[in-house]
Design a protein around this ligand. Structure first.
Ligand SMILES: [Ca+2]
Length: 475
């Protein structure tokens, strides 16, 4: 028993004795390295835990706030003055429910089909024609004294803000319109009153925008998977999910069908997805405005056309490009080959869609045949176009509401908008499309008016200065 304490003492002594010989003497400096970790740990325990707790609480509060905002956004709309919420069903219902009317501000708007914009392009080499308001007759523009300024004005009247190209083309022997000199007044082209003979013997061939060119040609006839390289103007128009197809007309505008917006009139929730033949894996773009034409109750299926203005202009690439609008005199005869693309009918097929873009080759079907007793019995008006496959077949049921019906001349043109139809493309029940040539003036007017009404949007465009000048001139 007596040996144990001695042994311990001895060990203690050994330790004590060792210290004076060591490199680290027992003073205040050698204590600190031993105690420092303990202090940091304590500090961490005291402060760090508090910080982590605070961060976790903050994150939880943010998550809850975001969740609450999502719920509120889904079911309620926030009125600014006075501060209160209204149910979402009261947004864009035509009644002012917010005191300042914000609930009716960003809604799908009806824009009337106004007076003629006064310029148009002919399928005869994209030659420019100008309306003489005094006689109500259209005339072809003579190349004499035609300038870049006049070309910009003509394109501006059709709602294009891109840099136009133009050249002289010889007057063809079957030219049926008068050929007149053109002048400009108040940013509009006019027929020169004292117009003499067209000395150059040439017309103005005008291109407002490079359009209707794709990197890849469609290959096989019939319903099949399509590539965005073949159809770079195809877009998906979405309200939480894919609702309709549409086609890019220029950096700002998408052409689609009006019936796509029947259920949801609030613009802020609509998005456009471009540059992909797949649904669901591409970022979508915010929408600034949506325009439709007021419906004619006598023909409720008519006027199925809408223009969607993007908040920011598109940058064109191999997979994002515009399609051309048809020429004003583009008249398609029966059996003209056309193409239609889409992710599947969204309404007729109960919302079932293909994940991949599909394409089908169709033909123009004579409107008399289309209106026959065993078909649409007179429902198809002159502002609609029928197209389908003569043999019929479910495989061609691959249109998509709002998407383009396309015709290839020198460039691809959007001649129709997928609108309505019973079944899928057979001869007795072909697809019925909005005839785009019937609404060219409306398309031109909407784009032109919107261009002047929203000058700030155009600060993104390369020709902003030009429009600023026009705006100042207008004001
Ligand atoms: Ca309301």
């Amino acid at each position: 028993m007596g040996k144990s304490p001695d042994k311990n003492q001895c060990l203690l002594l050994k330790k004590k004795n060792k210290d004076p010989d060591s490199d680290q003497p027992l003073n205040s400096f050698d204590v600190s390295p031993l105690r420092k970790p303990r202090t940091s740990l304590e500090t961490f325990k005291k402060v760090g835990v508090l910080i982590i707790a605070a961060l976790v609480s903050l994150a939880a509060i943010i998550v809850v706030a975001v969740f609450i905002k999502m719920i509120l956004d889904k079911y309620y709309f926030f009125c600014g003055q006075p501060l209160h919420f209204i149910p979402r069903t009261q947004v864009c219902d035509g009644q002012l429910d917010c005191a300042s009317g914000e609930d009716e501000l960003h809604c799908v708007k009806n824009y009337p089909d106004g007076p003629p914009v006064g310029v148009r392009l002919s399928k005869d080499r994209s030659t420019l024609q100008v309306l003489d308001p005094t006689t109500g007759a259209w005339a072809s523009a003579c190349f004499d004294n035609f300038t870049e300024t006049l070309a910009k004005t003509a394109c501006g009247q059709m709602g294009y803000d891109s840099k136009p190209t133009f050249r002289a083309v010889e007057i063809s022997p079957d030219q049926d319109l008068d050929v007149v000199e053109i002048t400009e007044n108040s940013q509009e082209l006019h027929v020169q009153n004292s117009s003499g003979p067209c000395l150059s013997g040439s017309l103005v061939s005008l291109y407002c925008l490079a359009c209707g060119e794709s990197l890849k040609a469609p290959r096989v006839v019939g319903g099949e998977k399509a590539s965005v390289d073949s159809w770079p103007w195809q877009v998906s128009i979405q309200y939480n999910r894919h609702i309709c197809g549409g086609s890019i007309l220029d950096p700002h505008w998408i052409l689609t069908a009006a019936h796509c917006f029947r259920k949801h009139l609030d613009v802020s929730h609509w998005k456009v997805r471009v540059g992909s033949d797949k649904l669901g894996n591409f970022p979508s773009l915010p929408v600034a405005k949506i325009f439709t034409i007021e419906l004619n109750t006598k023909y409720p299926k008519e006027k199925d056309i809408a223009l969607v203005k993007l908040q920011f202009p598109l940058t064109f690439s191999g997979t994002v490009r515009p399609i051309c609008l048809p020429f004003s005199d583009e008249d398609l005869t029966p059996a003209t080959p056309l193409w239609v693309i889409g992710w599947g009918f969204t309404e007729q097929d109960g919302g079932k869609m293909s994940d991949t873009l599909l394409q089908a080759s169709v033909q123009v079907i004579d409107s008399t045949r289309c209106n026959a007793e065993d078909a649409y019995q007179g429902e198809v008006t002159k502002k609609m176009l029928c197209a389908g496959i003569l043999k019929g077949g479910v495989d061609t049921c691959q249109g998509d509401s709002g998407g383009p019906l396309m015709y290839q001349a020198d460039q691809w043109q959007v001649v129709g908008i997928v609108s309505w139809g019973h079944g899928c493309g057979g001869p007795s029940t072909p697809g019925v499309y909005t005839k785009v040539t019937a609404y060219l003036n409306w398309i031109y007017s909407v784009r032109k008016v919107s261009m002047f009404a929203l000058p700030t949007v155009h600060s993104f465009s390369p020709s902003a200065q030009w429009y600023q000048t026009i705006l100042q001139a207008e004001l």
